[in-house]
Design a protein around this ligand. Structure first.
Ligand code: DX5
Ligand code: ZN
Length: 226
């Protein structure tokens, strides 16, 4: 079976003064998903955007032919459940949270599912995967952080490669259709290694928005994945 790779530009590194235009530009450049980094100045030190911005972007998250582009909401917040519900109402497609930010991980997953969104779990670089023993059947996405959460533009942490391999084995053993996404420090020159370890979905913020030609970067990433 061939893997369908997805590239998910993180608008954390976009120009916030032109956010709608940035979303259009990156989708026209070939983005498969829009990755939306929600930070609360509590779970992580940074502070970004809330559900009202997600709601404003949602109508713009579509290709020229009208095909919707999924909104991939990455919650770096604590507590999880209230904001997860608000993002579901704001048009999120995937909603991922850090299990260490929720006292009742199973309940948070169910709450996201009940809102007809796809739940995901996010693991920081030093977080064990044990929680997957109990909830892997209930989620649609596993997001591995390859940097410490909170900021764009950091360097890829190499131990993530071993972790990707471990998660890929767990997904295969589960027999479920679960996306394996990696977030942090991904660029044209390391995306192939991340894919070879078993990832199928790639977040990239500064690598794309830090360059003038988004299409050139995304094309280079796809060429590396071929
Ligand atoms: C970090 C965020 C990432 C970030 C990645 O907490 O979760 O999505 O935007 O940025 P780059 O690609 O610049 O490492
Ligand atoms: Zn993210």
């Amino acid at each position: 079976m061939s893997t369908t790779y997805r590239i998910a530009p993180s608008i954390l590194s976009a120009d916030f003064a032109f956010l709608g235009q940035e979303v259009h530009s990156v989708i026209n450049a070939g983005a498969d998903w829009i990755h939306f980094d929600v930070m609360d100045n509590h779970y992580v030190p940074n502070l970004t955007f809330g559900p009202m911005i997600c709601q404003a972007i949602k109508p713009h998250a579509k290709k020229m032919d009208g095909t919707p582009v999924p909104m991939d909401v990455h919650l770096m917040v604590q507590p999880v459940d209230t904001l997860a519900a608000m993002f579901a109402d704001a048009g999120a497609d995937y909603i991922s949270f850090h299990p260490d930010a929720s006292p009742h991980v199973h309940r948070s997953i169910q709450a996201i599912r009940a809102k007809n969104c796809k739940p995901g779990l996010v693991f920081n670089p030093a977080m064990p995967l044990d929680v997957l023993d109990w909830v892997i059947d209930d989620i649609d996405l596993i997001l591995l952080m390859s940097v410490n959460p909170g900021f764009g533009g950091q360097s890829f942490i190499d131990s993530t490669l071993r972790k990707i391999e471990a998660v890929r084995k767990r997904i295969e053993a589960s027999g479920k259709d679960i996306r394996l996404e990696v977030d942090g420090g991904i660029k044209g020159d390391n995306i192939r290694r991340v894919a070879d370890a078993g990832a199928d979905t790639f977040v990239a913020g500064s690598a794309i928005f830090g360059k003038p030609d988004y299409k050139a970067v995304i094309d280079q990433m796809r060429a590396a994945l071929r």
